[in-house]
Design a protein around this ligand. Structure first.
Ligand SMILES: [Zn+2]
Length: 208
């Protein structure tokens, strides 16, 4: 998919033809899998491969699928330190919520982090959808509908993407803080739930 076009054109074909993908300089599915397998062989034979003996995780991070924000890397964490759940725009559904609860109750992490980021295309798509009244087709609609409440009903210019992103992060944190198992763990001071925003240029994460 083209950058910035994740959700913005509801009439666009969801999957480009292999030929089209080649024309855009992207690998076809066979080449894509070959690259991943080659990468895994390199990884498995490398010195950094830690084997099984890893420490218990101490945090779970709910982040966006955006490949510019690899969660372990931007927090400087290695194997075994953090659990990561990712969805476009760090949107919560039952699978994501269940995964966070699993990290808290079964793996006993002590911190839940919602990690949003600058220039989030899922948030931008929701911002756009609210302004234009055009919702994308298919399951992407669910994503838009979860982010849309963070878009204030302002004038035609709307809010800046940064404002909407911060609002969406805070709302996601609030939802997690009220989730059943997390609420209990919070009340017992076993965990905290915080939000952060990753800045693409500086690499810095601002905790909100
Ligand atoms: Zn994003």
């Amino acid at each position: 998919m083209e950058p910035g076009r994740l959700f913005s054109d509801p009439t666009a074909a969801p999957i480009p033809s292999q030929q089209g993908a080649w024309r855009l300089g992207r690998p076809d599915p066979v080449e894509a899998l070959a690259r991943l397998r080659t990468g895994n062989i390199r990884f498995a034979s490398g010195a950094s491969h830690p084997g099984g003996g890893v420490p218990r995780p101490y945090a779970v991070v709910v982040g966006c699928v955006d490949p510019r924000v690899p969660v372990e890397a931007v927090f400087g964490q290695g194997f075994g330190a953090i659990c990561v759940v990712r969805s476009a725009g760090h949107v919560l559904d039952r699978a994501v919520l269940g995964s966070v609860e699993f990290a808290v109750t079964d793996l006993q992490v002590s911190l839940v982090v919602v990690l949003g980021h600058e220039d989030c295309r899922a948030v931008a798509a929701a911002n756009e959808a609210v302004r234009t009244g055009r919702r994308p087709a298919g399951a992407r609609q669910f994503l838009i509908d979860q982010i849309a409440p963070a878009v204030p009903a302002a004038g035609p210019a709307g809010s800046s993407l940064d404002e909407v992103t911060r609002s969406h992060i805070r709302r996601t944190v609030a939802t997690l803080r009220h989730a059943d198992h997390l609420r209990e763990a919070l009340a017992a001071h076993r965990i905290d739930v915080v939000g952060g925003i990753y800045q693409l240029e500086s690499g810095r994460i601002e905790i909100l």
